[in-house]
Design a protein around this ligand. Structure first.
Ligand SMILES: [Mn+2]
Length: 280
């Protein structure tokens, strides 16, 4: 029997599989009353891909928001839908934005303001975008309290560590002169140095190797590791190159950039794939 209903309720039918009668009667009401429940029911439906939010990049010269295609390409390739987030520092808005995401990637970018870990910038500290620090602190607040899977890359890994009470080297060449060169020249889709994986930690268990060649596009790095994080990779100079957060479902930080090298070394694709699986 066909009953005439408002357009928005009919649209909900097409999004959800299963007993039409049940969904027609109850789910649209639940969905519109509580957006989150509706989204969960719809998003987890058969054949639906996880939606991964990405913290946006900002080009100060063009005054434009942008994204490196590699982040999008690897997510598509791993079966997810990337969603570049807006700059928005309203806590309620950010909560709502994250409610339509299944996972979050904290992207690379400029340096975190050293005041976030109780220091003044030294001359070798790079460019800083305080509005990005602000947005990403808010994203971390919300994502960690929701226990949302999080993959934090380069600056993302660094700000995760700072947010959780750790500190950074403002400039490796200045503050750790014995370190190897971590700021490679382009092309970035090539490998620069190796990292050794800590035995028994999730990255080593995933890849089943002791060493992994990576690219390296950073002049800062984790100095004091947050008490909430555990290292899972180091370069040969002892610099922490990957961490994870054991108290959460999936929170990993890596210092290198899989978005440049996922298609030249499958192990880097595998890291992103593992993250996407955690988001399903
Ligand atoms: Mn490095």
């Amino acid at each position: 029997m066909s009953v005439e209903r408002p357009e928005r309720l009919r649209r909900a039918d097409t999004l959800v599989l299963g007993s039409r009668m049940w969904y027609n009667t109850y789910l649209p009401r639940m969905a519109f009353v509580t957006g989150t429940i509706g989204r969960r029911a719809i998003g987890k439906g058969k054949g639906m891909k996880p939606i991964i939010g990405l913290s946006p990049l900002y080009d100060e010269e063009k005054r434009g928001l942008w994204m490196r295609p590699g982040y999008l390409d690897v997510l598509y390739d791993c079966g997810a839908i990337p969603l570049v987030l807006p700059f928005n520092s309203d806590a309620v808005d950010v909560e709502q934005i994250l409610s339509i995401c299944d996972g979050l990637i904290m992207t690379g970018g400029p340096d975190v303001h050293p005041s976030r870990y109780g220091q003044k910038p030294i001359p070798q500290c790079g460019s800083i975008q305080p509005f990005r620090d602000e947005l990403e602190y808010l994203l971390l607040d919300k994502a960690l309290s929701r226990d949302m899977p999080l993959l934090a890359i380069c600056r993302g890994e660094q700000i995760l560590n700072v947010y959780l009470g750790g500190s950074l080297y403002q400039d490796l060449a200045t503050e750790l002169p014995e370190s190897i060169n971590h700021a490679m020249e382009p092309p970035f889709e090539s490998l620069c140095h190796k990292v050794s994986l800590v035995k028994g930690q999730p990255l080593q268990e995933l890849l089943q190797v002791e060493e992994l060649p990576v690219n390296s596009i950073h002049h800062q790095a984790i100095r004091r590791v947050s008490p909430d994080l555990v290292p899972m990779a180091h370069s040969m100079d002892g610099v922490v190159e990957a961490v994870w957060m054991p108290s959460k479902r999936f929170v990993w930080g890596i210092q290198w950039h899989p978005e440049w090298i996922w298609d030249i070394d499958q192990r880097h694709r595998k890291i992103v794939q593992r993250f996407v699986e955690a988001c399903v």
